[in-house]
Each structure stands twice: as C-alpha cells, then as structure tokens.
Design a protein around this ligand. Structure first.
Ligand SMILES: [Zn+2]
Length: 189
C-alpha cells in the first residue's frame, strides 16, 4: 500500500504524489479515475482492488503557485552549479549574500548566489561594486516546475507508465537532466 501514485489534475497536469491508500479513497469516493494501474491488487476483508499507478481527479484543483524552498542545494541548482562571479562551474561552492548580512542583507532568493571559495573570500564583507566584481546574473526566485513538485519524488526509472503524463521530462530541461537517459525512449507513442 506504500507505492507512490501520480495524481493528475482534471486537466491532466501533474499535481502531486500520494500513496495507494489515499488514491483508492479518492477513486472509490468518486473523486478520481484510474488512468494506469499496477499488476498487483489489494485485498481487504470486503473486496479486491486494483492498485492505481496514475489517477486523475474529476474536479479541477486551483492551487497557489508552489515555491522552491530556499536552501543551499536549490541555490546551486538554480545557478547551474556555477560561480556567479567568475563563471567557474562545478567544484566546491558556497552561498554568498550579494548585500552582506553584516550590512543588513536578507537571506532571500534575490540576495543569494552561488560562489566559489576564492570569489567568496575576495568579496568578503564588501558590496559587489566595492569588491570590483560583477554578477553574471541578477538572482531571482526560481520557478517550481514539475520536476520540483512531482518528478523528484518519483523513481522514474521504475515507472514507465508515468512518463507520458510528465511532459516536462525531456533532456533539454535542466531539472530533468538526471533522468534523461531513460526518458524519451520509454514514452509510448
Ligand atoms: Zn568564482
């Protein structure tokens, strides 16, 4: 009963992931339909149920835009693991506050960037201008795409039946690049 089930909105947009028990409650309550199912069944005292793999809600859920949690990991992903001062990619990265915290700089998306150790050291407690450095990009809050809300919670290598419902899962998407090796080839026509 612990298998993950992909939940689609009424318009087939990936919404989230739930467990089989929750999915069956939605289906049996007439709130969702099963689009894909596993070979397994769930047996209870009263009945035998198929195990859903993908369900679609019969009603449309309007929800606030999901937001990416501000963390070191997500900052590095947003910046493509690239130092935002010298442009060097990979290696050990740190989080730099563009306006230093000692000067009241906030810990918000718009004020944090990935920086390699030498650049972070060089900038120190100075502003960008004072340090005679340049930012390659103005930092911003990243968009929470399907990868952030759904795909990273699924082991896609195990579940071919989910791919066709996750249109953002393509090699060109940096969020999905780690899954691209087994992505497109297994999407049914
Ligand atoms: Zn650097």
């Amino acid at each position: 009963m612990n298998n993950a089930v992909l939940v689609l909105n009424q318009n087939y947009e990936p919404l989230n992931v739930c467990n089989v028990r929750r999915a069956l409650v939605l289906v049996l309550g007439g709130k969702a339909e099963i689009l894909e199912q596993n070979a397994e069944v769930v047996t209870t005292a009263r009945a035998v149920y198929v195990v859903p793999s993908v369900i679609r809600l019969h009603y449309f859920i309007r929800r606030p835009r999901p937001r990416v949690k501000l963390s070191r990991r997500e900052i590095f992903i947003r910046d493509n693991h690239t130092c935002q001062y010298c442009g060097r990619r990979g290696g050990e990265l740190t989080v730099d506050h563009v306006i230093p915290r000692s000067r009241g700089g906030l810990h918000i998306w718009e004020n944090v960037v990935s920086a390699c150790r030498p650049c972070n050291h060089r900038k120190g407690g100075k502003s960008v201008a004072e340090a005679h450095m340049d930012l390659r990009m103005q930092p911003h809050e990243p968009r929470a795409g399907t990868y952030y809300t759904v795909e990273r919670r699924l082991d896609l290598s195990q579940r071919d039946d989910w791919h066709k419902f996750l249109p953002e899962l393509k090699p060109s998407s940096k969020w999905a690049s780690r899954h691209s090796t087994n992505g497109s080839s297994s999407i049914p026509a």
